[in-house]
Design a protein around this ligand. Sequence first.
Ligand SMILES: *[C@@H]1O[C@H](CO)[C@@H](O)[C@H](O)[C@H]1NC(C)=O
Ligand SMILES: *[C@@H]1O[C@H](CO)[C@@H](O)[C@H](O)[C@H]1NC(C)=O
Length: 203
Amino acid sequence: MKFKKPIFILLIVFATSSASSDVFTLRPKEEPYFVQEGNEGVLLPCVINTKYFDKSKYEINWAQYHNGLLRMITKNEKLLIKKNSRFSLENDATTGNYSLRITEVEKQSVEGTYHCNVIGTDDSDIQYSAQATVVVLVPPGDPIISTTSSESVIEGDFMTAKCVSVGGSPQPTFKWTLPNDTLASPSLFTTQFRDGATESLLQ
Ligand SMILES: *[C@@H]1O[C@H](CO)[C@@H](O)[C@H](O)[C@H]1NC(C)=O
Ligand SMILES: *[C@@H]1O[C@H](CO)[C@@H](O)[C@H](O)[C@H]1NC(C)=O
């Protein structure tokens, strides 16, 4: 009975040492994948070690999380989303290649966090996961400038100028160039977001 404790500790060490680094021989990069709306997408690589090839023991799937929702995209060799799918599984089961391609970028359906999962199909509770983050960039609308006073002002008068850009993700930032070709100091203008547009007010 006095050997029970050391054996227990040994088992824990063994269990944690078989962690996800030897499950995935190729996994997505840690930095986000930036893609542009309307563009052709990217390949999210996921290649599984031969040890996990046995379909009777492991299921391999891709899941996407976005705004708190979970969506299953693939299960083993099958693409689960059929209608307007913006994904394809670039799969070769003989090499363990389960890479997922985003074929068409559309912000609502493509943005989110992706998980390439290896899940034990018995009751072992085994689950390994490789993650990728996809961020969709949407170019902001052309800037539209307007002044609140008449076109000509007398030197020394106050005037304000407003510049508006619609849309854009992430939100656009502004820089103002003064008539003498110098950049306006950030203390001279304020920028705010309202009704889907970003506006900058120069005083
Ligand atoms: C996985 O398959 C895709 C599509 O066939 C290919 O582009 C990619 O290079 C493969 N990756 C590896 C590591 O074999
Ligand atoms: C450019 O114009 C701004 C605003 O009139 C002024 O504050 C700034 O000193 C000028 N810069 C130069 C280099 O003349």
